[in-house]
Write a protein that binds this ligand. Structure first.
Ligand code: IDP
Ligand code: MG
Length: 170
């Protein structure tokens, strides 16, 4: 019954279904991950999962950009050190698209503290301490929108169709 209601919904409102599949997350390899040569492995995990890469670049972020990115943490004692570390060397920001990519992306990253992250997650597999946890991922769809706008210009986001789309989504 639920399936047929969904099928009817999908038939009449294909754009709504597409919109869900077009959720975007801001994922960034931090300087420690870049220096340790982990960009390709991280990209591979998102790509093989079935998510679509919409934007990516290597860049050195200035301190103002990083301070804005982490503005919600401005009262934390680690905020100055965090901002100077993230702006100290190149980072690799990306935008990935797909159904529930924000939540699934966070699951793929693991916990903020690598010591609490399960093996099989990115932080569980590749790092040890919280201040060198190699990767950032948006924590909500709203945050993702803000972060994408902060790090990328509209023209850097590539609109394209994944040829394997029908083999990823029902
Ligand atoms: P998240 O990256 O898992 O979303 P947040 O709480 O948003 O975690 O913190 C942002 C980043 O700040 C973390 O990824 C980590 O690099 C750093 N951080 C968080 N808590 C601590 C801490 O207690 N000591 C040092 N660095 C921290
Ligand atoms: Mg966070």
């Amino acid at each position: 019954m639920i399936i047929s209601v969904l099928a009817v919904f999908a038939y009449f409102y294909p754009d709504k279904i597409m919109a869900k599949n077009a959720e975007r997350s801001f994922i960034m390899v931090k300087p420690d991950g870049v220096q340790r040569g982990l960009i390709s492995d991280i990209m591979k995990r998102f790509e093989q999962k079935g998510f679509k890469l919409v934007a990516a670049k290597i860049m050195k972020a200035d301190n103002e950009l990083v301070k804005q990115h982490y503005i919600d943490l401005k009262d934390k004692p680690f905020y100055p050190g965090l901002c100077s570390f993230i702006s100290s060397a190149p980072v690799f920001p990306m935008v990935w698209e797909g159904l529930n990519v924000v939540k699934t992306g966070r699951d793929m990253l693991g916990e903020t503290d690598p010591a609490k992250s399960k093996p099989g997650t990115i932080r569980g597999d590749y790092c040890i301490q919280i201040g060198r946890n190699i990767i950032h991922g948006s924590d909500s769809v709203e945050t993702a929108k803000k972060e994408i706008a902060l790090w990328f210009k509209e023209e850097e986001l590539v609109d394209w169709k994944l040829s394997g789309y029908e083999n990823i989504y029902e």
